[in-house]
Design a binder for this molecule. Structure first.
Ligand code: MN
Length: 292
């Protein structure tokens, strides 16, 4: 005799399957959200608020930090790519980086021309930034510095190499851009057009830093904080290397050591940023208020 199911037992069975499916979906959601937040806290935090407004706010602080840490002085610049229009980027007008405020940040197009210059003068070397963004879709931030510890390595036949663990991002030999290759010997050393900027971006290749002979360096990174980190530690690595070379025959980080330690360092850039930022704000605020 076949079993006769009461309507009540059928309801219970349906309810059981419904509850199981809901519980499963909830579990998958919780695991997914948890994984997103724990796999990379820094990048997760960044992606949550990754707007142009947020990037511009960080860019202003980056200007102050790079002055405070001696990477920029009255000259040099830092920029960030736009999120809403990735062909465009943001950078201060022509002014000393320590004096940058969000009102002094301008938007530039893919040919490094300001969208609305508001009658202000722009940095002559903005093509460094525009051409690196054009050549490198992975790059979100660029620094151009005349760091005095770095300049010597662009002028001699001794390569800048990773020698201290905080500079593990450096390649085994940092490339050097020679402007005479593009502009000959009678045109100065500044990057004043797309042609020179594109040639510099080509020398940079897929790397984080290119030296510029007799001039400085260009630093590329996946975000503003990492760009600041790399610029500061390229400057310090150059200082350590010069000192070590003066002492004798230094042992450098090999590629495996550099890659290994860099993975750790670039996961904790926030630790340095949280110190550099307030230090720089304290140090530079009086200048922006016009009462040093
Ligand atoms: Mn320059």
């Amino acid at each position: 005799m076949p079993e006769v199911r009461s309507p009540r037992s059928t309801h219970r069975r349906h309810y059981f399957w419904f509850a199981t499916v809901v519980a499963f979906i909830l579990l998958v959601t919780v695991v997914f959200v948890f994984a997103q937040h724990t796999s990379s806290p820094a990048s997760a935090a960044q992606s949550l608020a990754d707007t142009d407004e947020q990037r511009i706010a960080e860019l202003v602080v980056a200007n102050h930090i790079l002055f405070d840490q001696g990477v920029l002085d009255g000259f040099g610049h830092v920029s960030v790519r736009s999120v809403k229009n990735p062909k465009h980027f943001y950078m201060a007008r022509s002014l000393a980086p320590a004096l940058a405020t969000k009102e002094e940040i301008f938007e530039f197009d893919e040919n490094s021309q300001p969208i609305d210059p508001r009658g202000k003068r722009m940095y002559g070397e903005r093509f460094i930034h525009g051409e690196i963004y054009r050549a490198r879709p992975d790059v979100q931030a660029v620094v151009h510095s005349h760091s005095i510890t770095v300049v010597p390595f662009g002028t001699v036949n001794v390569p800048l190499r990773p020698i201290m663990h905080m500079a593990g991002f450096l390649p085994q030999q940092v490339p050097v851009f020679e402007i005479r290759d593009v502009k000959g010997e009678n045109n100065g050393v500044l990057i004043h057009d797309i042609e020179a900027g594109a040639a510099l971006a080509k020398v940079l290749g897929s790397g984080p830093v290119a030296l510029m002979r007799g001039h400085g360096m260009a630093v590329a990174a996946p975000d503003v904080r990492t760009a600041v980190f790399r610029a500061i530690y390229t400057q310090l690595d150059a200082q350590v290397e010069a000192q070590a070379l003066a002492l004798g025959n230094p042992k450098f980080l090999n590629a495996a050591e550099a890659a290994n330690v860099n993975k750790v360092n670039e996961g904790v850039v926030i630790r340095a940023w949280e110190l550099w930022a307030p230090h720089a704000e304290l140090a530079t605020a009086p200048f922006r208020a016009g009462k040093p």
